[in-house]
Unconditional design. Structure first.
Length: 362
């Protein structure tokens, strides 16, 4: 099969159209770089009309044009549609003497085109996408220098398009790399089971919050929560059920606490909260809401086997005099004080424990 015959096949045409689409150039606005190239082609070839065009599925579309008032034509009147089937320059000295074009409306009617010379716009994969062509109202020829210049200008058109494509790919790659980096950062800061912040990320948030408090921001509350007797759930139902309990507990916490409160899985069945602009008394009220919700909400995924849990909670303030490591030790001690006092309760710094009646089997 000859190269011309190959280019006439529907399979080849589909591949060519796909290659053209990759450049995303059809129906784009005028651009100075392309307009200047058609101007130079017109001057060098001494032609009143010069066009950079692309052959789409059912039309010929002009990216840059000099000497004609249109931006596209149907394929059935396109001379360039024939040019992309050829190799090298496609020149028609007199269109009225060529049976392929002698009855063309653009030849026998306005604007009465008599001369055509087109240089292929061929991409790096070898697919012809369109032409850089010059046209005249009189029969004529091009000199050898003009032929060389026309093809050289066509090569510059393609070089510019390849550069634009490369820049677009690079921009997309940068966006993808940024998204990947953001996702990796998110994953590095996220507990995979619950989707909450992990311990490392929460400690970073604590450092930032404490710095703000030391610069005059309102006092915050630090809250530590531990699920009571969680090992019993794993032992009785298995770790997958235990994981479901942790995830449902997370969902409940997100519903009880404010959007501005920062919640993290501290480790195992321990959770930590940073409550900005909150006194320990306000934090205690939120903790009691959590206890009440837990008393009436099963943490089991299957409604046929309800699982109710209780939690022990410690709360301390985070103020301008706080040292972070000391605060973490303090809130941990308050949590374990709540456990020693019977679990299912809240202990604030320097206060008596608040204990909710519990079922000893919970």
């Amino acid at each position: 099969m000859s190269k011309i015959d190959e280019r006439c096949t529907s399979a080849y045409e589909e591949l060519r159209i796909a290659e053209l689409a990759e450049y995303e150039i059809l129906d784009t606005p005028n651009e100075a770089a392309f307009d200047e190239l058609v101007e130079v082609a017109s001057i060098i070839c001494e032609a009143p009309i010069a066009v950079i065009n692309f052959i789409d599925r059912d039309r010929q579309w002009f990216k840059a044009i000099k000497g004609l008032p249109i931006r596209e034509t149907p394929l059935d009147v396109s001379i360039c549609a024939h040019a992309i089937l050829q190799s090298g320059l496609f020149i028609i000295p007199d269109t009225t003497l060529d049976e392929r074009f002698s009855s063309n409306p653009l030849v026998i009617g306005d604007p009465h085109l008599r001369f055509y010379a087109g240089a292929l716009l061929e991409n790096e994969s070898g697919y012809p996408l369109g032409t850089l062509c010059v046209l005249d109202y009189q029969p004529r020829e091009l000199t050898d220098k003009q032929r060389f210049a026309l093809q050289a200008l066509a090569n510059q058109v393609m070089a510019h398009m390849e550069l634009m494509l490369s820049h677009r790919y690079q921009k997309q790659l940068i966006l993808e790399l940024e998204a990947t980096r953001e996702e990796m950062a998110r994953l590095a800061a996220t507990d995979m089971l619950t989707g909450l912040l992990n311990r490392r990320a929460f400690e970073q948030r604590l450092h930032e919050a404490l710095a703000l408090v030391k610069r005059g921001a309102p006092t915050a509350a630090l809250v530590m929560v531990d699920l009571d007797h969680f090992k019993r759930i794993n032992d009785a139902f298995g770790h997958p059920v235990g994981d479901d309990v942790l995830k449902r507990f997370t969902t409940l916490c997100l519903a009880v606490f404010r959007e501005t409160d920062v919640i993290a899985r501290w480790g195992g069945e321990e959770f930590m909260l940073l409550m900005p602009n909150t006194s320990v008394e306000k934090a205690q009220q939120a903790a009691k809401r959590l206890l009440n919700k837990l008393a009436n909400t099963s943490m089991a995924a299957e409604p046929t086997t309800p699982i109710y849990v209780t939690v022990s909670i410690g709360i301390c303030p985070l103020n301008a005099n706080s040292q972070l490591e000391e605060r973490l030790r303090t809130v941990d001690g308050l949590l374990y004080q709540a456990k020693r006092q019977g679990r299912n309760g809240v202990v604030l710094e320097n206060t008596a424990p608040e204990v909710t009646p519990k079922n000893n089997d919970s």
